[in-house]
Design a protein around this ligand. Structure first.
Ligand code: MG
Length: 389
């Protein structure tokens, strides 16, 4: 089998991207962006070894990102991407196994490179000295100046190209040597400048490059689509003199009321926290501080509706929620159906997805002594892929 080396180029500092970390080291679903690409190549049967080209300051970041993966080594990049790719080729030539037969040069910030795409590039190298994944341009192209269209560009034969770009090793090494100082935008351009034929193979829309924060969010959405998460909430309010309590959005006449800054609906508070927990949205106190006069006497459906809206805004839908009210009195049973219906209405979900139940603590503890009411809640949410906003 041919020695095929993958070079993952991630030497940039991502000034365009902003933020404290270079984009290739930003977190994507719990792992650095770069690790997703490293893993794709390290686990591909046609790839013999994987090396990284990194910024000299990122040594620790790279080693942490590559921990546990079978990576042959890394080398510092240069001032421009072209210099970095050339450094990677020279490093590959000097590895113990000798110069590889084939090389795949890939952007570290393209985490969704598939095995199928890698196979397509490798396969094309049987018949051509170079191969790149490409997508035909589908949008109409315009040329413009001063905010106005000056021309419509014929898109026939125009492609967007991606990585990995594959080459026969000796050819691309020589081409990079010859192209030194020429400022070419990708390795295919280096090959073209050397007169090498470069084949186009089918690209993949998912194999996009993470350049902006919106790209990172799109990548997160792709990975979390279909994922289910669960959150948990708990709340307590004490009784004070009054004539009724709000519980799960329903008013129940009673000889006391619950004390609180808002209407003290302990059930809706626990459920709000459960939903916030499921989406990683903090807690109710962060969104509605009890010190804020706006929420004095507030009806708690506002809090729950807000949590539901936050879930929707994150591309999640509420799968189900379950609230347990813990008290000796008032009796919750007769109101359970109304409570479930009210919660379903507030969250704009089907009532079948809501459950309300009640228990006592056998006259033990503060609820047993009738000093207040506690509530627990669990909520599950499911992420769906959403188009970029
Ligand atoms: Mg509360």
């Amino acid at each position: 089998m041919a020695n095929c080396t993958a070079i993952i180029v991630g030497a940039g500092r991502g000034h365009r991207f902003g933020g404290p970390l270079p984009k290739q080291y930003r977190d994507l679903a719990g792992e650095p962006v770069l690790r997703h690409a490293l893993r794709a190549f390290a686990s591909h049967p046609a790839v013999t070894q994987v090396i990284g080209v990194i910024h000299p300051d990122d040594r620790d970041l790279f080693e942490a990102a590559a921990a546990g993966l079978d990576i042959a080594g890394h080398t510092p990049g240069g001032a421009e991407r072209q210099d970095s790719a050339r450094n990677g080729l020279e490093f590959a030539a000097g590895l113990a196994g000798g110069a590889p037969d084939l090389v795949l040069i890939h952007d570290a910030a393209r985490p969704f490179v598939s095995h199928c795409l890698i196979s397509g590039v490798v396969k094309a190298l049987e018949h051509a000295p170079g191969a790149v994944p490409a997508l035909a341009v589908a949008d109409t192209l315009k040329r413009g100046a001063d905010g106005r269209i000056t021309d419509t560009v014929d898109r026939t034969g125009l492609y967007r190209v991606q990585t990995p770009q594959g080459f026969r090793f000796a050819d691309i090494l020589a081409a990079h040597g010859a192209a030194r100082g020429k400022a070419l935008t990708d390795d295919a351009a280096v090959a073209e400048a050397a007169g090498l034929a470069v084949a186009l193979v089918p690209g993949d829309d998912d194999n996009f490059k993470i350049t902006t924060e919106a790209d990172l969010m799109r990548a997160e959405d792709m990975l979390s689509a279909g994922e289910t998460r669960t959150g948990f909430g708990f709340d307590v309010h004490r009784f004070e003199p009054g004539d009724g309590v709000w519980l799960c959005g329903v008013r129940i006449p009673f000889d006391r009321k619950l004390k609180g800054h808002s209407d003290a609906d302990v059930g809706l508070h626990a459920l709000t926290d459960a939903i916030l927990g499921a989406i990683g949205g903090g807690d109710i106190g962060q969104h509605f501080p009890p010190t804020d006069p706006r929420w004095r006497g507030a009806e708690s459906h506002i809090f729950l509706a807000h949590a539901g809206e936050m879930a929707r805004a994150r591309g999640a839908r509420i799968v189900n929620c379950d609230v347990t009210v813990i008290c000796e009195a008032p009796k919750v049973g007769p109101h359970r159906a109304a409570m479930a219906a009210r919660i379903a209405e507030i969250l704009e979900i089907a009532v079948e997805r809501v459950n309300v139940k009640a228990t006592t603590t056998e006259q033990l503890g503060f609820t047993g002594r009738g000093e207040g009411i506690a509530a627990q809640a669990a909520a599950s949410i499911r992420y769906r892929a959403r188009s970029q906003a």
